[in-house]
Design a protein around this ligand. Sequence first.
Ligand code: FES
Ligand SMILES: [Fe+2]
Length: 340
Amino acid sequence: MTYRIFNRTDVVAEGWYWLLASRDLKPGQVKAVNILGDELAVFRGKDGRVAALDAYCPHMGAHLAEGRVEGNELRCFFHNWRFDASGQCTDIPCLAVQLQKRVQTRAGRVEERNGLIWVWLGHAANAGAVPEVPELAGTDYECTAGGRFIKHCHPNVVMVNAIDEQHFHTVHRLPGSILSMEPLPRDVRNIEFHNSGRPPQGSAIGRLIGRFYKNALTYNLSYWSGTTGTVTLGPDFLHLYLMFALRLTPDGKTEGRTVAFTRKRKGPVGWLFNRLLLRVTHLAGYYFSVGDTRIFQTIRFNLKTPIPADRAVMAFIQHLEQQPAHQLAAPQPAGDRKAA
Ligand code: FES
Ligand SMILES: [Fe+2]
C-alpha cells in the first residue's frame, strides 16, 4: 500500500524536528546538522540563543559550520563574511562599499525546549507549539534528555509500536486485555491515544494493581507529526512521562532522543527524588524498546491484514495522512561531514 506521508522517505509531515540536545551546543559553538536532507549550520551565540542557517555560504558555498561564532553572529571561514541569526549578512571585510545589507541567507525557525533544540520544517505560517507532555503543559516540571539512538526502521513505524495493542502481550508479555487504545485527535498535527482498559479483576495481582487506578490503567500517548510522541504511564499518584523525539535518516532509518519529565518537587529530598524518578523513567523506556529492536531490524512495514486490534495503528496512519506535507530536500553533493 502506498501512502501520501506514512512510512515514506521523500516526504514527512510538517512539524518540529529535533536538531541537537541542548547540552551538546555550548555558547560560541557551531555544529553541522543534516535534518531530513537539509544541511544546516547550527550555532549558539554568546547570549545563549540558538540559530540555524543554511549551511552553504551565499558567497561561494563554503560550509558555515567551518566558521566561528562572533558574539551572536556566525563568520564564514572562507572569506570571512558574517551573518546574524536571521541570515542577514552583517560584514563583508574586503568590500570598500557597504553591500552586505543586500546579502541574505536562509535561516531556520528554531526553538529550544525540554532539553532539545528543534527546527520547524514546513510553511512558516503553520508553525504551532513545540511538542509537550499534555499533563505538564503550563506547570513547573524538570526534564533530562537521554542519549541518541538509532532504530533500523522508519520513525512512523517506531511510533505506531507504542499503540500496537497485540504486541504488548506477545513481545512485552503483558497479561490479558488491559490495553484498549482510544484515538483522540486534538488538531491537525496532534493526536492522543488513551487506554480505556482496566486491570484484570480475576486475579489477586490484578485486584492489587487495580487499587492504584481509579479508572483505566493509565497509558496515554500524544503524537505530533507522526514522529514525536510522549508517553504517560503509572499509578494515579505518580505518573511517569517520557518523550520520544525521532527523525528520519538519509538511509530511511530512525535517529532519536528520549526526554524524561517529572513534576517539580520542593527541597533537597524532592530534588533527589526527581533525579531517581527521571532515571527510572529512562530505564522504563529502555526496557520497552529492547524487545522491539529485534523487530525493527528486519521489518518491512505493510499492514495488509488489519484486524480490530489494529484500530489504533490505523487511526494513527489516517491522522498522519491528512497532515500538511513537507517535501525533503534533494540529496546534496556529498562532503565528508558527519551529522552532529
Ligand atoms: S564562501 Fe563564505 S565568505 Fe566566501
Ligand atoms: Fe514495543
